[in-house]
Design a protein around this ligand. Structure first.
Ligand SMILES: N[C@@H](CCC(=O)N[C@@H](CS)C(=O)NCC(=O)O)C(=O)O
Length: 115
């Protein structure tokens, strides 16, 4: 079975004349640290802070370069509570909270509080 793809920014990229990290990508790594079994279903692809993020543009188009973004494996159901977008025949989630809700749906792990 094909795996989900998740696009993240790597920690410590250079921007604004300093090293930074993406808080929403760090949230995803927090969830993966809590529930490492999810990693078996994920293909993690780090993107540069600079646009265009070529790999994302190739897959989803110019307008979908947010990190984090999770591209669902073909035929996988994202659950009722998530806002699934589609582009170029791919279904994807482009915010950290929906990705957390999807992990809960697919892997039976805890749900993000407040969602
Ligand atoms: N609503 C998104 C926001 C994430 C976000 O702002 N990501 C930034 C990096 S920290 C990003 O990729 N922005 C688009 C860009 O840099 O081109 C989420 O919750 O995941």
């Amino acid at each position: 079975m094909s795996r989900d793809i998740i696009f993240l920014l790597a920690p410590g990229f250079e921007d604004n004349d300093r090293r930074e990290y993406c808080p929403e990508c760090a949230e995803i790594w927090g969830v993966l640290n809590y529930f490492p079994a999810i990693l078996h279903g994920l293909d993690i692809r780090y993107q540069p802070i600079a646009r265009p993020r070529a790999e994302m543009v190739d897959m989803l188009g110019e307008e979908h370069q947010n990190c984090p973004t999770l591209v669902l494996a073909q035929g996988v159901d994202a659950g009722a509570d998530t806002y699934v977008k589609t582009a170029n025949g791919h279904s994807f989630l482009d915010n950290a909270r929906d990705i957390g809700k999807y992990f809960a749906h697919r892997y039976g792990v805890a749900v993000p509080r407040g969602s």
